[in-house]
Design a protein around this ligand. Structure first.
Ligand SMILES: [Mg+2]
Length: 479
């Protein structure tokens, strides 16, 4: 054991070594972040502090949505037979409500892959359908699939589009209404407790316990960091999950209420970051709430807002690091509306980084073939230019070059197919869209100071870590 009370070696590193550390760690840096300067670390609860078995949880949401659609919206009983496939959608997709399509877009919001229902749309059809490749994501026709718990929503929407078209004998609303109905059904499932009640009765099926996270939090606290929870879940559900996943592993604390300086439930993020809701104080014994118009003190609250939180605790915004998993609710609005630092948990990254590693040799081969192709393409360009300049054309050489280039292109496309098999079979990588970043990756890059597959990746590093952003090369600097 070292003086931190853990079996991990104490991290006493020079700045240079720290850079090496961050490069090897699973915390990825967009903007330089000095943990030494961070006094408060805020945690979102669902899918950040408390991890879910995502496949099981999405399956449950899918089932609940189907039931709600039948009961409340009069959808035909046959939708009960739709089976959930977790891999049918990925985070970051965009639903085209009007056309019944799912789209994957890149950082410039250009469409890079599309499905009508669950059927892939070929490139030519896609071009015809969308004319311009670029779409305006602020348009009401588009709906972002931006949380891990909207995978089920995207999948069910796609399945209902299929069903509407294959079963013309049944009555379904238009695609836009289907999208709205599915979203309503999911919201209601969360709001009215249907989903939470099932989770409560089957905690083991849905909730992951992680002892290392609890120990990491205790270590951080020992180093003087104050930890708080900021969640949109209500007090009772929060208590249920924290009792289950935190309490059993505490070593230096009696229960989670001692570990967390403040717990803010039903926070209504992202409004919490820009609104002016009042804080209500919650009595942890009874769950009863009372008005609280004083300076915040340690305890459990409901509602509130970031401005009061920051000033009551005598903090500068950049002394708070907030960790969340929802790009819009946790990260984007926070960055736009208040100056807390941000860390984003992206659980799919764990698998994606493994696949990236496997894809390494394939990518290398692809690059080599591209390089091999370049002189032939240049020669062809030259011959074609001369044809116009001088009216002369070496036809046999032109044919030869075209054949070589086509051959290499064939080899490249085989390798690209092999590479795609390492990722989601329908949609490929989460963070990339061909050569470009995916739109999701672009948002992460823009709004999250650092990002990682899970909270534990941050907590296993020293609370004094200096995360240095890599120097980014602009195209003209790469020459
Ligand atoms: Mg969350």
């Amino acid at each position: 054991m070292n003086e931190e009370g853990t079996s991990r070696p104490l991290l006493k590193l020079s700045t240079l070594e720290m850079e090496t550390l961050t490069m090897k760690s699973n915390v990825f840096v967009n903007r330089t972040l000095n943990l030494k300067r961070i006094k408060y670390i805020g945690l979102d609860m669902d899918h950040t502090l408390i991890r879910y078995h995502s496949g099981a949880f999405e399956q449950l949401s899918h089932t609940v949505m189907k039931e709600k659609l039948i009961q409340k919206k009069g959808y035909p009983d046959i939708i009960k037979s739709l089976h959930f496939n977790f891999n049918q959608a990925i985070r970051g997709l965009v639903i085209d409500r009007k056309k019944g399509n799912l789209l994957k877009v890149n950082r410039h919001s250009a469409i890079r892959a599309s499905f009508h229902g669950t059927q892939a749309i070929d490139f030519k059809t896609q071009q015809k359908m969308y004319k311009s490749t670029y779409i305006d994501l602020s348009d009401n026709d588009y709906m972002a699939v931006d949380t891990t718990f909207s995978i089920s929503l995207a999948v069910l929407f796609a399945q209902l589009v299929d069903l509407k078209e294959s079963r013309t004998d049944l009555r379904f609303p238009d695609f836009a209404m289907i999208a709205d109905d599915v979203l309503d059904a999911l919201d209601e499932g969360h709001r009215d407790g249907t989903i939470k009640n099932i989770v409560r009765d089957n905690l083991k099926t849905y909730i992951l316990k992680d002892e290392a996270v609890v120990q990491g939090l205790e270590t951080y606290k020992k180093h003087g960091k104050k930890i708080f929870i900021l969640t949109n879940s209500d007090f009772y559900y929060s208590k249920l999950l924290l009792d289950y996943a935190i309490n059993p592993f505490l070593k230096d604390h009696q229960n989670w209420q001692d570990l967390f300086e403040l717990v803010v439930t039903f926070a209504q993020k992202p409004k919490f970051f820009y609104g002016d809701h009042r804080f209500l104080k919650i009595d942890p014994e009874t769950g009863l709430m009372s008005n609280f118009d004083f300076k915040l003190i340690p305890g459990i609250y409901q509602g509130g807002n970031a401005a009061k939180f920051t000033s009551d605790l005598n903090l500068q915004g950049d002394e708070i690091l907030y960790v969340g998993d929802h790009i819009y609710g946790d990260i984007l609005r926070l960055k736009k509306d208040c100056n807390w630092r941000t860390a984003m948990v992206i659980e799919e990254l764990a698998q994606e980084t493994i696949s990236d590693e496997k894809a390494g040799p394939l990518n290398h081969e692809i690059e080599q073939l591209m390089e091999k192709k370049e002189p032939f393409e240049n020669e062809l360009t030259q011959i074609m230019t001369q044809k116009i300049d001088r009216g002369a054309l070496d036809e046999s050489r032109t044919n030869e070059l075209q054949k070589i280039i086509t051959d290499i292109d064939g080899q490249i496309s085989q390798l690209i197919k092999k590479q795609q098999l390492l990722y989601n079979l329908h949609w490929g990588q989460l963070m990339r869209s061909g050569n470009e970043e995916s739109y999701f990756a672009y948002q992460v890059e823009r709004y999250a100071c650092v990002y990682m597959p899970k909270l534990q990746n941050l907590l296993e590093l020293s609370p004094r870590t200096y995360f240095r952003a890599p120097r980014r090369l602009l195209p003209h600097e790469m020459v």
